[in-house]
Design a protein around this ligand. Structure first.
Ligand code: SF4
Ligand code: ZN
Length: 733
């Protein structure tokens, strides 16, 4: 704590103590020590004193030992030369300030209190004072169940009432309670709100406590009681009370206006609770982190940024319970199809171009909740038209890492698909979207992509990110220009993994996401073999584990090698046995024939043994026609999926076809005798490269497609004609 601010805190604390000591003594002189003193309808006495000291103030005389305690906490007055390099003195002075305020406010209830009892102010009196236990329980539980993320204790007033209303609305929108006390420039924040016609009171979460700074104690009293009521913390367990508040009650102080010595002293009290102060004036900052999750006092923040700054500083995690869009949003809509007749427009896809991209930026370069559309929006597009599309998501967060970008980006697919009348296929630069007529008619706009992603990213990834900003481009030039930028990054991401081998790591990652429908299925993800859906590679597994340590992606220590060729390790087998609920005993990473991995049903492609040909075929999801094994993709997916281990059949990602470990135990890529034409063409570079590496540079021309063969007999005839390498390889069975 800097010397200037510390001296302010200590001056303020001394002044408050002197004033309150006099008030207590005056009251005792007037009513006697036995006069009952209490706050309305509470079992927690003077809650801060009771919670922190375990001391019950029931009569005026009970305040005397508290005053003694306060006196002992008061540091010596700071002389010009005194330098105290740590927070201790300031914190003690702050704590005694809270005890003094607790008593000062309670004294007001000896006579007719200046407060309205209950949840709502009246026309004549806006101030509510201490909440009774009924209100505390009803409202406090919202802090526990997460429906209220925290509270802002606003001290002072905004420069004008319109600014006050704007700040209050911003806090309200985030579900944050606003507790108001103290005045500045002859007015209060609560009165400013009323002037703007804003409804105040507990029901709107805008709670006017009192005009004096001391009334801010009702916020602290509320928090202290919450720790005892909901956290089971015992009175007097001050560490427990402070810890509960630091970790569970996300509160902060907004100091609006000139920060007086008294405010400094109160702010120091709040720091004890882990509540930082964010000020709009230029007061000395305390940026060391320690007791508060982040900085203690942050100064000079403009009013249009003060809420965002407070949320960032306090590390408050926003939960958005309702996604504010004109259509429904639920996983139930993820499977919805939009036919030509129902479609308003098509975005990106094969007839146009587009991409989606998530990138991290520094905190000050992302404006949380900002959504923009560059180019025509849905309502401006003709029915049946096709447009380019870019979905660009900027995220920022103190725990964000570049490795998390693809994980977040991958969520765009199911999150947008979850909106009614919105179809989303693919990822990265192969996205393809359709928006239904009914959704556009209901008022759905491209901006709502932002609404959805912002809400869901906060709710599901609040641990790693604090800010989400979404820009949608339909302007063709812009889409083209940014796509080049995104593609560079996609490539970098692949290359980061590209140089890694299974041998270069000790740990693989599991994925058990698909156990929701294939209960015994486990994907084992290694650098050279992504999950079979193609959505999770090894880096993703690693990042996902960091984001959600108890989630479906767990590290698997390979352990002792059992068989290098098959790709079997003791650690992997043990993990799979346990997580397949004893169904699968051994698991080969590189074999189709010998203990292949299980297939859950969402594989991108499937590799199937062609027994007569001593070869394999690979068919992907996009090919619906007949295949040489006698079953189309859909039948294969139905019969091989479900989490079973079926030698001769293995679900794979397309990426794995180009891996050196692609069924390497069974002969590798030279075994491929048949591919759907479209898949073959899309993988020409990969096949050429891998074929050459495995001694068969003209492999590409030796692989049949549906144009050459649709039965195994025809495949065999084709192989003989072209001299397919598998003809001379060891038998597979
Ligand atoms: Fe996870 Fe994909 Fe495997 Fe399912 S298929 S378990 S999502 S890696
Ligand atoms: Zn699956």
């Amino acid at each position: 704590m800097s010397k200037i601010i510390l001296s302010g805190v200590i001056r303020g604390a001394h002044a408050i103590f002197t004033r309150v000591e006099k008030k207590v003594n005056d009251a005792i002189a007037k009513y006697g020590e036995d006069k009952e003193v209490k706050l309305p309808n509470t079992g927690y006495f003077l809650p801060v004193i009771y919670g922190i000291l375990g001391h019950k103030v029931e009569k005026l005389g009970d305040m005397l030992p508290v005053l003694e305690k306060c006196r002992s906490l008061l540091p010596p007055t700071v002389s010009e030369n005194l330098w105290v390099p740590y927070l201790g003195h300031g914190l003690d002075a702050g704590m005694q300030t809270l005890f003094c305020f607790d008593m000062e406010e309670a004294l007001k209830y000896l006579d007719t209190p200046p407060y309205v009892l209950g949840e709502d102010p009246t026309d004549d009196n806006i101030w509510l004072g201490a909440a009774d236990d009924v209100i505390m329980r009803k409202r406090g539980v919202e802090f526990v169940d997460g429906s209220a993320p925290g509270f802002a204790a606003v001290v002072g007033s905004a420069p004008d009432s319109a600014t006050a209303a704007k700040i209050a609305k911003e806090l309200q929108e985030k579900g944050i309670y606003v507790f108001m006390a103290g005045e500045h420039n002859g007015t209060t924040f609560a009165e400013q709100l009323r002037k703007e016609g804003v409804q105040v009171g507990w029901p709107t979460r805008l709670v006017p406590f009192g005009k004096d700074t001391s009334a801010a104690i009702h916020a602290v009293g509320f928090a202290t009681r919450a720790a005892m009521a909901f956290g089971g913390v015992k009175p007097g367990d001050f560490r427990g009370i402070l810890r509960y508040n630091q970790l569970r009650v996300f509160a902060f102080v907004l100091a609006l206006g000139e920060v007086t010595d008294e405010w400094y002293a109160a702010a120091a009290g709040a720091i004890n609770y882990g509540f930082p102060t964010i000020a709009d004036t230029n007061i000395p900052e305390i940026l060391v982190t320690g007791i508060c999750t982040y900085e203690h006092v942050v100064a000079n923040i403009p009013h249009d940024q003060i809420v965002a700054k407070a949320i960032e500083v306090r590390g408050l995690k926003i939960h958005i319970s309702k996604i504010d869009i004109p259509v429904s949003h639920s996983p139930a809509f993820e499977g919805e199809r939009i036919g030509r007749d129902a479609m308003h427009v098509e975005l990106a896809g094969p007839k146009s171009e587009g991409f989606e991209f998530c990138t991290m930026k520094p905190l000050d370069q992302v404006e949380d909740g900002k959504f923009a559309v560059i180019g025509p929006d849905l309502a401006d597009m003709a029915v049946g038209s096709v447009h380019p599309l870019a979905i660009w998501v900027d995220v920022a967060g103190r725990s964000m890492q570049p490795d998390f970008e693809p994980i977040l980006e991958r969520q765009i697919h199911h999150l947008l698909n979850g909106a009614e009348g919105v179809l989303h296929i693919g990822q990265r630069d192969i996205v393809w979207m359709r928006i239904a007529k009914k959704s556009v008619a209901a008022g759905f706009s491209l901006k709502h992509f932002g609404t959805i992603l912002h809400a869901k990213f906060h709710n599901e990834f609040g641990k790693i990110l604090d800010k989400v900003q979404v820009t949608i481009y339909t302007d063709p030039e812009k889409v083209k220009e940014l796509m080049a930028e995104a593609r560079t990054v996609y490539k970098e991401r692949e290359e980061r993994l590209g140089s890694m081998t299974d041998e270069s790591v000790e740990t693989f990652y599991s994925c058990t996401l698909c156990q929701s429908f294939a209960p015994d299925h486990v994907c084992v993800i290694s650098p050279e073999r992504p999950g079979l859906c193609g959505a999770y590679n090894w880096l993703d597994g690693k990042a996902a584990f960091e984001i959600t340590p108890t989630g479906p992606n767990q590290p698997i220590k390979k352990g002792e090698l059992i068989d290098q060729t098959l790709g079997q390790w003791i650690g992997v087998n043990e993990f799979v046995l346990k997580n397949s609920h004893d169904a699968i005993v051994s698991f080969s990473a590189y074999s189709l024939m010998n203990d292949p991995m299980t297939s859950c049903g969402c594989f991108e492609a499937i590799t199937v043994l062609l027994p007569m040909s001593n070869a394999v075929m690979v068919v992907d999801r996009d090919y619906a026609g007949p295949t040489p094994c006698g079953m189309p993709f859909s039948t294969l997916a139905g019969s091989v999926g479900g989490g079973a281990q079926t030698p001769g059949f293995v679900g794979i990602s397309k990426f794995y076809i180009g891996s050196k470990k692609f069924i390497s135990a069974d002969g590798g890529i030279r075994r491929i005798a048949w591919l759907p034409k479209a898949l073959k063409e899309s993988m020409k570079d990969v096949i050429d490269r891998r074929g050459a590496e495995d001694g068969c540079p003209d492999l590409y021309s030796k692989i049949a497609t549906e144009e050459d063969a649709t039965t195994e007999e025809e495949v065999l005839a084709f192989m003989e004609k072209v001299g397919h390498p598998a003809m001379t390889m060891d038998p597979m069975m």
